[in-house]
Design a binder for this molecule. Structure first.
Ligand code: HDD
Length: 715
C-alpha cells in the first residue's frame, strides 16, 4: 500500500515519538533486532551455524543420500516450526494492537482513590488491542461484528485491564450463557460455515430465544458494527464496575472512550467488498496512521452512580444489556488515551497480550453484575490454556511495578526469586502484605443478603425499552440501514421458523421496522405492535451526534484519477492541498507506469507514476475521489468500464467526489443520475456530495471530503 507516501511522513512520526515510557523500556530490554548485522544465525543453544539451508546427509556431489538424525540444527528448525502455533483466542481471535499513553486532565479523586484516575501529572503506558469477535485469526476485518476494545493500563499500582467493546451493551445478562451465545454465532458445528458472520440460522435462532439479546442485536445491525476505522469508534467497558474513594465511599461506574475523529462507518456494500479486496483494511489503517504520526486519540469518560442511588432507575444498573442514558447519568470526560507506537512483533505482543477483567487496581472494583463476575473467572482461565500458568511474566503482560509473592514454578517460569522460604507467614517475615496506607488493595466491605438461588432481580426481565430507545434515536438513514442489515442477515437464514420468529420479535420494538424487514425477507407479515411504545429518544446513540466540532480530513484516503492528457494544474493543486491538510492522496490511472499531462511529451522522460492502476485498487479503498479534467484523458476514461464503475461505485457509497473541467460531465455520466444536475461552477458541495468546478476549487473540495464523509456515510 503506497509506501512511498507513507515513507515521507514516517520521519515526522519518528520526531513525534514520545519519550520511552516505563513499559517500553521494559519491553525494549528483551527485544533483539534481527537486522543487527553483528549477529550470526545460531542454534537455540547459541552455537553459530555455517549452513542453515541443507540437512546433514550421507551424500556426495553425484548423489544426495539419506538425511542424518544427528543433525540437531535441522531437527531443531523443523521442531520449532512444528510447534509455532498456540490456540487462537476462543473469541476475539482476530485483532490488532498498539502502544500508547493515558493522561488525565481532571482528577476523579472525589469518587476513586486509583492513582490512574486521580494523578493528573501521570502518563500511564497502555497497550490497546482491537478485535472482531466471531472470526478466526485470519478472517476479514470489515465483517459485520462487534469490535473489541481492550486496554491494558500499566499503572504504578499494577495492571488495570479494561476489556470492552465498541457497543455499550451485551447480548446476555448472565455469564453462564456465554458459551451458548458464542456457539450460536460461530460457524455451525456440522460444516463450520459461515466464517465471521452472524448471517445464519443458529445466530438468529438464539437471538429470538433470548429476548434479552434484543437491545444488543439492534446495535449490531446498525452502522456501529461496520466501523470505517478502529480509530473512529467508541469504546465501552460495558459492565458496571465500582469506584471507591479515600473515604471508603463506593459508587457504580461505567467507562467510555470517545474518538477525537468522530464515529464513522462504512456502508454495508463497501464493507462487504473490502472484506474480499483487502481483508486487513482495519489493521493497515491503524498501523499506517500511527506510522505517519497521526496518532489516534480518545476522550476517556466515566458515568458515576453513587451507591445510595442504585435502585432509582427503571432498569437494573447491574444488567449489561442496558446502557445508562446520558440524560440520566451524564458522562464526565476526565482523560485522554493516545496510541503512538506500533508493536515490534505481532506474536509476542498482540497475540500474547492477555487481558483479565479481574485485573483491577486499588480504587477500582467489581459490582455484582452477573456477566462481569463470570468474566472474572473466564479470562484468567482462558489465558492458562492459551499461554500457560506463567503468562503474566511475558514481557507484554508484565506490570511495570514490582511483583512479589509465593506463586512459584510452573511451566516456563522466568523470574528467579531468591530466598529460603516460599510461604507466608514465615520465620523471616521479610515480605509482609501491604497495609492500606502502603497501597494494599482494599476489598470493599459490601453487605450481602439473599438466598442461594439461580435467580436475578425483577428488573432483569424487561428487554425491549432500550431496544426501542436506540431505534427511536436513530436518524432516518440509520434506521434504513438497520432495516437493510436485518434484511441481509435474515435473508441468509433458510429456516422459516428463524426469520418468521425474528420479524415477530421486531414488532416488540417497532411495527414499522418489523413490517419493512418482513417485506424484504418473506414469511408472515407482522400485524400488531406487540408492546406499548414509550416513544423516547436519547442523545449520543446516533452516530450523527459524534461529528467532531472541527471536521478533519487527516488520514482520509483520496483517489486522484488521471489518464494521459490530464489537467496538471487541477491535479497538482488538489494533491498539494490535500497533503497540506493531512489527507493521503493516491494517484490512480489506467496503468501503473508514467502518465503524461496535456501538452507533456512522452519523450520528456517526465510524467507521473501512479500509485495504483484502476484494476489494482478499487474505489472501496478510498474515502473520496477526485477526477482531474483534460479532454484526452476523459475520452480515454469514458471508454474504460472500470473507470466508469470506479466513479459510480464511489458515488453509490456516498463518497465526496470532486471533478474539474471536462471531468465534470464524465462524473455526471458515470453516476448516471437522471434528473440530477451538477453545477459546473459549484464552489460549494452539491446536494449529492459532488463538488464540481471549471477550475481546481481545492478548498471547497476539501470541505466536501470533510463534510460529506462525516454526514452522508449514513444516507
Ligand atoms: Fe470477553 C476475550 C470483550 C463478555 C470470555 N472479550 C474478549 C476480548 C474482548 C472481550 C475485547 C478480547 C481481549 C483481547 O484482545 O485479548 N467480553 C467482552 C465484553 C463482554 C464480554 C465487552 C461483555 C461485557 N467474555 C464475556 C463473557 C465471557 C467472556 C460473558 C465468559 C463468561 N472473552 C472471554 C474469553 C476471552 C474473551 C473467552 C477470549 C480470549 C481472552 O478472553 O483472552 O475469556
Amino acid at each position: 500500500m503506497a509506501s512511498s507516501i507513507l515513507a515521507s511522513v514516517t520521519d515526522k512520526a519518528k520526531d513525534m515519538m514520545p519519550e520511552q515510557s516505563k513499559k517500553m523500556a521494559d519491553v525494549s530490554a528483551v527485544t533483539k533486532d534481527y537486522n543487527d548485522k553483528s549477529n550470526r544465525i545460531t542454534s537455540d543453544y547459541g552455537v553459530k551455524q555455517m549452513n542453515t539451508d541443507e540437512w546433514l546427509k550421507v551424500s556426495n556431489e553425484d548423489r544426495s543420500g539419506p538425511m542424518l538424525l544427528e543433525d540437531h540444527h535441522g531437527r531443531e528448525k523443523i521442531h520449532r516450526f512444528d510447534h509455532e502455533r498456540i490456540p487462537e483466542r476462543v473469541v476475539h481471535a482476530r485483532g490488532s494492537a498498539a502502544f500508547g499513553k493515558f493522561t488525565l486532565f481532571e482528577s476523579a479523586g472525589d469518587v476513586s482513590s486509583a492513582g490512574v484516575l486521580t494523578d493528573t501529572s501521570r502518563e500511564t503506558p497502555v497497550f490497546l488491542r482491537f478485535s472482531t469477535v466471531l472470526g478466526s485469526r485470519g478472517s476479514a476485518d470489515t465483517v459485520r461484528d462487534v469490535r473489541g476494545f481492550a486496554v491494558k493500563f500499566y499503572t504504578e499500582e499494577g495492571n488495570w485491564d479494561l476489556v470492552g467493546n465498541n457497543i455499550p451493551v451485551f447480548f446476555i445478562q448472565d455469564a453462564i450463557k456465554f458459551p451458548d451465545v458464542i456457539h450460536a454465532g460461530k460457524p455451525e458445528p456440522n460444516n463450520e460455515v459461515p466464517q465471521a458472520q452472524t448471517a445464519h440460522n443458529n445466530f438468529w435462532d438464539f437471538q429470538y430465544l433470548h429476548p434479552e439479546a434484543t437491545h444488543m442485536f439492534m446495535w449490531t445491525q446498525s452502522d456501529r458494527s461496520i466501523p470505517r476505522s478502529y480509530r473512529m469508534m467508541q469504546g465501552f467497558g460495558v459492565n458496571t464496575f465500582t469506584l471507591t474513594n479515600d473515604k471508603g465511599e463506593r459508587s457504580f461506574v461505567k467507562f467510555i472512550f470517545t474518538p477525537e475523529l468522530g464515529v464513522h462507518s462504512f456502508v454495508w456494500d463497501e464493507a462487504l467488498k473490502i472484506a474480499g479486496q483487502d481483508p486487513d483494511f482495519h489493521r493497515k489503517d491503524l498501523w499506517e496512521a500511527i506510522e505517519s504520526g497521526a496518532f489516534p486519540k480518545w476522550k476517556f469518560g466515566i458515568q458515576v452512580i453513587p451507591e445510595s442511588k442504585e435502585d432509582e432507575f427503571e432498569f437494573d444498573i447491574l444488567d449489561a444489556t442496558k446502557l445508562w442514558p446520558e440524560e440520566l447519568v451524564p458522562i464526565r470526560y476526565i482523560g485522554e488515551l493516545e496510541l503512538n507506537r506500533n508493536p515490534d512483533e505481532f506474536f509476542t505482543q498482540t497475540e500474547q497480550v492477555a487481558f483479565c477483567t479481574s485485573h483491577v487496581v486499588p480504587g477500582i472494583g467489581f459490582s455484582d453484575d452477573p456477566l462481569l463476575q463470570g468474566r472474572n473467572f473466564s479470562y484468567l482461565d482462558t489465558q492458562l490454556s492459551r499461554l500457560g500458568v506463567n503468562f503474566q511474566e511475558l514481557p507484554i503482560n508484565k506490570p511495570v511495578c514490582p511483583v512479589m509473592n509465593n506463586n512459584r514454578d510452573g511451566a516456563m517460569r522466568h523470574t528467579i526469586t531468591k530466598g529460603s522460604v516460599n510461604y507466608w507467614p514465615n520465620r523471616f517475615s521479610a515480605v509482609p502484605p501491604a497495609t492500606q496506607a502502603e497501597g494494599g488493595y482494599v476489598d470493599y466491605p459490601q453487605k450481602v443478603v439473599g438466598m442461594k438461588a439461580r435467580l436475578s432481580s425483577k428488573k432483569f426481565k424487561e428487554h425491549f425499552n432500550q431496544a426501542e430507545l436506540f431505534y427511536n434515536s436513530m436518524s432516518e438513514p440509520e434506521k434504513h440501514h438497520i432495516i437493510s442489515a436485518l434484511g441481509f442477515e435474515l435473508d441468509h437464514c433458510d429456516d422459516p421458523i428463524v426469520y418468521e420468529r425474528m420479524t415477530e420479535r421486531l414488532s416488540d420494538i417497532d411495527l414499522g421496522l418489523a413490517q419493512s424487514v418482513a417485506e424484504l425477507v418473506g414469511g408472515k407479515m407482522p400485524q400488531e405492535q406487540r408492546r406499548t411504545q414509550h416513544g423516547q429518544k436519547a442523545k449520543n446513540l446516533s452516530q450523527l451526534d459524534f461529528m467532531p466540532a472541527t471536521p478533519t480530513i487527516v488520514t482520509r484516503r483520496v483517489a486522484l484519477i488521471i489518464a494521459d492528457g490530464y489537467d496538471a494544474t487541477a491535479y497538482n493543486g488538489v494533491k498539494t492541498a490535500l497533503k497540506a491538510a493531512g489527507a493521503l492522496p493516491f494517484t490512480i490511472a489506467p496503468r501503473r507506469s508514467a502518465i503524461y499531462a496535456a501538452g507533456e511529451s512522452k519523450d520528456s522522460g517526465k510524467g507521473v507514476v501512479p500509485d495504483h492502476h484502476l484494476e489494482g485498487m478499487r474505489s472501496t479503498m478510498f474515502d473520496s475521489v477526485f477526477v482531474a479534467g483534460g479532454s484526452q484523458a476523459m475520452e480515454t476514461l469514458r471508454k474504460n468500464g472500470r473507470a466508469l464503475h470506479w466513479v459510480r461505485e464511489a458515488f453509490g457509497h456516498l463518497k465526496a467526489i470532486g471533478a474539474t473541467g471536462e471531468a465534470v460531465s464524465f462524473v455526471k455520466d458515470a453516476c448516471q443520475l437522471p434528473g440530477v444536475s451538477f453545477s459546473e461552477n459549484a464552489t460549494v458541495v452539491d446536494s449529492y456530495g459532488v463538488v464540481t468546478a471549471n477550475q481546481a476549487q481545492t478548498v471547497s473540495f476539501q470541505e466536501a471530503v470533510k463534510m460529506v464523509k462525516g454526514a452522508t456515510d449514513f444516507l
